[in-house]
Design a binder for this molecule. Structure first.
Ligand code: BMA
Length: 340
């Protein structure tokens, strides 16, 4: 029995590997990493920073960030029986507007996928006179209906919560610039209808005692509902003389007012240490985008992009991660406020 509870549907066959006996960290990597390697299919150089969800008959499906051999990022659907070995569609994901007319972005990257009721929402960084948040919905991963962009540019790292809170959809995002943004906090915006977004709140600022999240932070997978509040994995960036280093952080947000940070972990929970994280198209990047989790066992699998070159997988349990966050809690700036 876990000490803390995950509140979501049960997943019988989620990808899982037990914590190695000698592991003293709160998170451990899959022995199969990287689970998606370079040149995975014809014409595609790299697949990374991707989002997976559970699908019918115990299988898994995902929206992946793929980059062509001429280095243009787009989205592509992948399917898997075990969440580890993936098969990708031959063509990139295509979208239509609400009248059924083709409406595809010039580029698309860093997708997140969230199931709300019986629909799946894809949120990604889209071209819109600069990077902005794109939003589309699907029920079958065949027809993707693109909605209007929730926010004006420049913005990245949009991700929605898996249910409405206080009668509103909730979206985390990170205001950016047109380049490799040397700043950034996580914000929350709310909408009753996925058309009009407002009630903007500041959630978390970059910084804290350590330097790993000193430059900027950005949302990662859809937050997980738990007995302690919303468990949020995110990325934090450190600026070094050799460029940015991306690590994974974890925090717990208030259940009813998710712009309030209840606990925030002073330590990163995963940082580039393995060769596939330290070396690649962009070295030193761990970039979480999705989780699969099971309330019955308390297991959590985290999908992350490694070095802008690979998809990798790490694991934790609700007890391991929540205890670690609480034991290493730090309060940063005005994070604990509602952020109006
Ligand atoms: C960010 C995003 C991510 C990428 C990271 C490191 O700005 O573009 O897609 O993983 O930079 O290059």
């Amino acid at each position: 029995m876990s000490k803390y509870k995950i509140i979501s549907e049960e997943i019988e066959n989620m990808p899982w590997e037990d914590k190695p006996l000698n592991c003293i960290e709160p998170m451990w990597r899959s022995v199969h990493n990287p689970i998606v390697k370079r040149n995975p299919i014809k014409g595609i150089a790299r697949i990374f920073n991707s989002a997976v969800v559970t699908w019918r008959d115990g299988t898994f499906i995902g929206v992946f960030r793929a980059e062509t051999v001429y280095t243009l990022p787009h989205l592509r659907v992948g399917r898997s029986n075990d969440g580890i070995q993936w098969h990708f569609e031959d063509k990139q994901l295509e979208m239509v507007d609400e009248s059924g007319k083709s409406w595809n972005p010039y580029y698309a990257y860093d997708p997140r996928v969230v199931k709300i009721d019986d629909e799946y929402f894809v949120i990604w960084c889209t071209e819109a006179h600069g990077p902005a948040i794109g939003l589309a919905k699907t029920k079958d991963f065949k027809t993707f209906v693109r909605l209007e962009n929730p926010f004006i540019p420049f913005n990245r790292n949009g991700v929605m919560f898996p249910r409405k809170i206080n009668n509103n959809y909730q979206m985390l995002s990170r205001a950016s610039d047109n380049g490799h943004t040397p700043f950034g906090d996580i914000f929350l915006s709310q909408s009753p209808d996925l058309v009009y977004w407002g009630k903007h709140r500041h959630v978390m600022q970059s910084g804290g005692e350590g330097w790993w999240q000193g430059l900027k932070i950005g949302g990662g997978p859809a937050p997980i509902e738990t007995s302690e509040g919303w468990l949020m994995f995110y990325h934090g960036v450190c600026n070094t003389c050799n460029g940015y280093v991306y690590s994974m952080g974890a925090a717990i947000l208030d259940k009813d007012e998710p712009s309030k940070v209840k606990y925030r972990c002073r330590n990163y929970v995963l940082t580039p240490e393995k060769e596939y994280e330290e070396r690649g198209f962009v070295s030193n990047v761990v970039f979480p985008c999705a989780t699969i989790h099971d309330p019955k066992t308390g297991r959590i699998a985290i999908y992350y992009g490694a070095a802008d070159s690979y998809v990798a997988l790490a694991y934790t349990t609700i007890d391991d991660i929540v205890d670690y966050i609480k034991e290493n809690h730090e309060s940063v700036g005005r994070d604990g406020e509602i952020g109006k």
